[in-house]
Design a protein around this ligand. Structure first.
Ligand SMILES: NC(=O)c1ccc[n+]([C@@H]2O[C@H](COP(=O)([O-])OP(=O)(O)OC[C@H]3O[C@@H](n4cnc5c(N)ncnc54)[C@H](OP(=O)(O)O)[C@@H]3O)[C@@H](O)[C@H]2O)c1
Length: 315
């Protein structure tokens, strides 16, 4: 019922973004299409000084830039930077560029994400785990020093599915959760069809862990997470069900409004899950398993340290 209410009723109430972003620098990953592109269009319309479209395909990125420019405020500079979340070296190179070339970042949307219809391995993990989870928090750790300097907001785009825990491997023993999630044969392979929600759920735990370790009153960056609801986009090509309940993504039927709203929620939203433009409760899977959250945080930090020693000190 909550899902239907959100999709059918709350969708109509989502506020149309109207604040000024003059003077602000905003970075959005995966912004050549879908929700990221439409969020970028809002920021450009509202006069952001500088927008960075972080994309894996520069040609698509430049096409998006051209399109967004048709509705952008005068004076908004839009740049297209390369970032492939499937390669840790690309994440590191992107973060190094951000550090060298931007003197401030006000809002960072970690929006890039995938649904993988077939099992594959990238950087040692199942591909959606690498892109949606490990690379997203590697990116967070690498850009946090710059964000701290400008008291910015970092916003991964997540959703907390409630069904994922048993078959998804989250019940595995200490130090073995990510191995189970990555194993196509775990639980007889039954978890595989839930891999996308599992990969997103891992991120919900991670955001909560960051806030647990670094509470808002002693931390200059707001790290929250947003679920845009079920939206039309290229992501949903693999899931044809529920089509008529989806929010618009590509034509601002609401999904992109939730992204922009997440960027103005401020310190009260640190570590929080946002849905329908307000702080919401993540699913019972998250709330009932603080031990899984803590154990996953240890595993994720070990993975990030193996990629770049010392990087988790940035949290
Ligand atoms: N749509 C929904 O109902 C929904 C619900 C909850 C959460 N979300 C989340 O919201 C975010 C945006 O989704 P969307 O619906 O707008 O999807 P989308 O239209 O498929 O856009 C996804 C974006 O991520 C990019 N991307 C994928 N893999 C990448 C990689 N390895 N490196 C860099 N960029 C990569 C894509 O680039 P290419 O164009 O090159 O593939 C695209 O720009 C995702 O994180 C998604 O999980 C969406």
């Amino acid at each position: 019922m909550g899902f239907l209410r959100s999709q059918l009723i709350e969708t109509r109430k989502l506020p149309y973004p109207s604040a000024s972003y003059a003077g602000q620098t905003i970075v959005i990953t995966g912004s050549n299409t879908g929700l990221g592109k439409e969020a970028a269009r809002h920021y450009a319309r509202l006069g952001a000084s500088r927008l960075i479209l972080a994309v894996r395909n520069l040609e698509k990125g430049h096409a998006a830039r051209k399109d967004i420019q048709t509705t952008a405020a005068k004076g908004t500079a839009i740049d297209v930077w390369e970032l492939d979340m499937a390669k840790y070296s690309s994440v590191q190179a992107f973060a190094a560029r951000l550090d060298a070339e931007l003197n401030r970042v006000d809002i960072f949307h970690a929006n890039a994400g995938v649904v993988c219809p077939k099992y594959s391995v990238t950087e040692g993990n199942e591909t959606s785990v690498t892109i949606n989870y490990v690379s997203t928090f590697l990116l967070a750790a690498l850009v946090l020093p710059k964000l701290k300097a400008t008291a910015a907001q970092f916003i991964p785009h997540m959703s907390a599915a409630s069904t994922a825990i048993k078959n998804g491997g989250l019940g595995a023993s200490d130090g073995a959760i990510l191995a189970a999630v990555n194993d196509p044969h775990f639980a007889g392979g039954a978890h595989w069809k839930e891999q996308y929600p599992v990969s997103k759920l891992l991120g919900v735990f991670a955001v909560r862990s960051i806030a647990k370790e670094r509470p808002a009153d002693a931390y200059p960056v707001t790290v929250n997470m947003v679920s845009p609801g079920l939206c039309h986009s290229e992501l949903s090509r693999e899931a044809e069900g529920c089509r008529r309940w989806r929010r618009g993504g590509a034509h601002d039927g609401g999904g992109s409004r939730t992204l922009v709203d997440a960027g103005v929620q401020g310190a009260k939203s640190h570590g929080q899950y946002l849905a329908d433009c307000r702080i919401a409760q993540p699913s019972a899977v998250v709330l009932d398993n603080p031990d899984v959250q803590d154990r996953l945080w240890v595993e994720l930090k070990a993975k990030l340290e193996a990629i770049q020693p010392g990087v988790t000190d940035n949290f």
